[in-house]
Design a protein around this ligand. Structure first.
Ligand code: FES
Length: 261
């Protein structure tokens, strides 16, 4: 984990409320792993002592860090106004990573909305290309379809309002995928809203599949000190059935058999 001032190279609106921002941040890119995140201090934000967490979308060998974010509040609204040449302090890379699939494992990535941004490096670094099951409320929340296709991934889409792909929840698509899968041994990954993730945990148990999930949670310190970002995990060390785990330090990536429902 490192911290340092990083210059914005570009900051563009690429789809409805979604932005792609690039930083010159070699202190992050050199060790970034799939599923990790960064904690960004947004210049000019009045409470800038509080950083904002963002999944790492992509990194390259030239030290360019790319993040994708949705404008959802004051912090991301201000971030969307920052122009190239502005510097932000970036802490990272933080958190536990996804483990890559073995060469004999077919990667199945399930993403809700811009959860697909957190799994992109995983897809990029997977030797064997697989399938992205992408779900969103409607077309305007679908991003990165072409980017995954360019990596060689098959992409299947559901929207809740039926405006693109199949109508319904992404978990229904996953269930039918399990019922018809002919790709042999698979390795399952997820990133999205919590109800989707918990449904995936139940499904992984039902179909006896290994699953890794990245939990998107509000954070404060980002380094394990404040416990603002906890989820319940099984406790195998005491008589209690569960304990809290910090998504910033113990996660954000967890194995599904760790999660307490
Ligand atoms: Fe402080 Fe996770 S955000 S412990």
């Amino acid at each position: 984990m490192n911290t340092g001032k990083s210059e914005i190279i570009s900051n563009e609106n690429f789809s409805t409320d979604y932005f792609k921002i690039q930083f010159n941040a070699p202190h992050i890119t050199i060790t970034a792993q799939p599923g990790q995140f960064v904690h960004v201090q947004i210049t000019t934000l009045y409470d800038k002592i509080l950083r904002r967490p963002f999944s790492i979308f992509d990194v390259n060998d030239n030290g360019i860090l790319t993040l994708i974010y949705k404008v959802v509040g004051k912090g991301t609204k201000i971030l969307s106004t920052l122009s190239s040449g502005t510097f932000c302090d970036i802490l990272g890379p933080l958190g536990t990573p996804y483990s890559l699939p073995g060469i004999d494992e077919y990667p199945v990535i399930v993403a809700g909305g811009y959860g697909a941004a957190a799994t992109y490096i995983l897809a990029k670094r997977s030797e064997r290309k697989g399938v992205l099951l992408l779900g969103a409320r409607s077309t305007k929340d679908l991003i990165l379809i072409e980017e995954y296709k360019q990596l060689g991934f098959d992409v299947k889409v559901t929207t809740e309002d039926g405006s693109y792909g199949l109508k319904g929840l992404i978990t229904s698509l996953l269930e039918s995928y399990f019922d018809t899968n002919d790709n042999g041994k698979i390795k399952l990954y997820g990133c999205g809203p919590n109800p989707m993730m918990l449904a995936m945990v139940r499904m992984a148990t039902k179909y006896n599949q290994k699953l890794q999930l990245s939990f998107d949670h509000e954070m404060c310190c980002g380094i394990g000190a404040c416990y603002a970002c906890v989820i319940k995990v099984k406790d195998s060390e005491t008589d209690n059935p569960w304990k809290y785990a910090r998504t910033c330090k113990d996660g954000p990536v967890f194995n599904s058999d760790e999660i307490f429902i």
